[in-house]
Design a protein around this ligand. Structure first.
Ligand SMILES: *Cc1c(COP(=O)(O)O)cnc(C)c1O
Length: 440
């Protein structure tokens, strides 16, 4: 069984991105063991029946492939994990494993918490302040205030000197988003990876906003990837989910050998089992279905977003637009270097940059003006959500980044007049028309 999966993994690793997204490792052999079903079956059963006591004992000792109990492993969730490993590892010359979790936040937690065991005086973590509100609260409140870990915020993730100043021998991990939610801030992953590795710390990157269709940080020096799978990957909006995806043999002078050798498997078999943030297999199937079209969706939505960003940037009611595809944007050069539509050559004859479907903009006239514009949107949904196939907007100050307070928002550069917009797959003319009538 192990050999069969390893063989299929090797076969699929040689395939193109779309082919992997459509099939994962589910092949004819697997289908024949599942009544011939051409779609991955949803194994909703919480537990596996064992032939006899020997079988049970060996399975529970992790001596043989088995799934035992759905909190630890499940065949349908396993198909999702294999697909994500292949997509995130696309173009990476080495082994990659995944652990799928019940939410993006549980993935961020599972990817970072194992490095914080037995803290000593001086133990610190170095994290970009320009990150998702939930991650900001996890690092600042849960790790910082509750557990006394020193949290060193990097205010400008594009400034490599700031990372260099803050990373030291007692840094357990380095964390950043690329691009960030909601400010679309960028970071120089290869440069920051070098700084982290020089002190034996892993670089953990959250590229939720980019997805592997546009960027794969494992190929750029990152050790561990976390995703809010709930977003563009599960674009239909049928599931909350997360994933921790790691290359084998990560850099970390902290922790046991097993943690370094295969971090995702280490987490899955031990801390993940004990903390219990498992994903429902039904949700895993919903996500597999959405993942099959990831590349084409990101291409279309990125092109629409570019149009919407340029439109907004030309409006007098808008102070500034943050979108990596705008030449005026602070991180544009890095975005141009790092954000490419995967396998674009066949379709476009050359590599093409694509910058994703999240943008944000500040409204002239401050917070109240932003609220007035927001309240007048007629088609674009008002919700704390992104990655959807439908356009959705939010005001981060009163939603995703509400609880971190004024000081926290200033650190994270989330102004009160900022609106975050997720551009969906509607015709971009209708998205711009809705924005135009709201601005008017
Ligand atoms: C939404 C989000 C998260 C948290 O994911 P959930 O699935 O909502 O738990 C983490 N990182 C980023 C960048 C996000 O946008």
């Amino acid at each position: 069984m192990i050999t069969a999966v390893a063989n299929q993994r090797a076969i699929m690793k040689a395939k193109k991105f779309d082919t992997i997204a459509v099939h994962g490792v589910y092949n004819a052999e697997a289908a024949l063991a599942n009544q011939g079903s051409i779609i991955e079956p949803a194994y909703l059963s919480p537990a596996q029946h064992f032939e006899n006591s020997d079988h049970m004992e060996a399975a529970l000792a992790y001596l043989m492939p088995s799934w035992t109990y759905s909190r630890i492993a499940n065949p349908t969730v396993g198909y999702l994990e294999e697909t994500l490993s292949l997509l995130e590892g696309y173009g990476y010359d080495g082994e990659v494993s995944s652990c799928v979790t019940s939410s993006g936040m549980s993935a961020v937690f599972m990817a970072t918490n194992p490095f914080l065991a037995n803290p000593e005086p001086g133990t610190n973590i170095v994290v970009s302040a320009k990150c998702y509100g939930g991650s900001f609260m996890l690092f600042g409140q849960r790790y910082g205030h509750e557990r006394g870990i020193e949290v060193r915020w990097v205010a400008d993730p594009l400034n490599n000197d700031e990372w260099a100043e803050k990373i030291d021998e007692q840094t357990r991990f380095v964390f950043g988003e690329m691009p960030s939610n909601p400010g679309l801030s960028l970071m120089d992953i290869p440069a920051v990876a070098k700084l982290a590795h020089a002190v034996g710390a892993p670089l953990i990157v959250d590229p939720t906003v980019a997805t592997p269709a546009l960027m794969r940080p494992l190929t750029m020096g990152a050790d561990i990837i976390v995703h809010s799978v709930s977003k563009s990957m599960a674009t239909s909006g049928f599931a909350i989910a997360g994933a921790l995806i790691a290359r084998h043999n990560i850099v970390s002078k902290f922790g046991p050998d097993e943690l370094r050798q295969n971090f995702a498997m280490y987490v899955k078999l031990l801390p993940f089992r004990d903390h219990g943030p498992g994903l429902s297999p039904f949700n895993a199937l919903m996500i597999l279905n959405d993942l099959r079209t990831l590349r084409m969706r990101l291409d279309k939505a990125s092109r629409s977003s570019q149009q919407v960003a340029e439109f907004l940037a030309s409006q007098p009611q808008i102070e500034a637009v943050q979108y990596p595809g705008l030449a005026s944007f602070a991180g544009h050069t890095i975005a141009q270097r790092d954000m490419w539509l995967v396998d674009a050559e066949e379709e476009y004859g050359e590599p093409v940059n694509r910058y994703g479907h999240l943008l944000s903009f500040t409204v002239a006239g401050g917070h109240q003006a932003a609220r007035r514009l927001f309240d007048r949107l007629q088609m674009i949904w008002r919700a704390t959500d992104l990655g959807r196939i439908k356009s959705v907007a939010t005001i981060p100050t009163i939603s995703t980044h509400q609880q971190q307070g004024d000081a926290g928002r200033e650190l994270a550069a989330v102004p009160a007049n900022l609106i975050r917009l997720n551009v969906g797959a509607e015709n971009p003319a209708d998205i711009m028309a809705d924005l135009a009538q709201a601005m008017a």
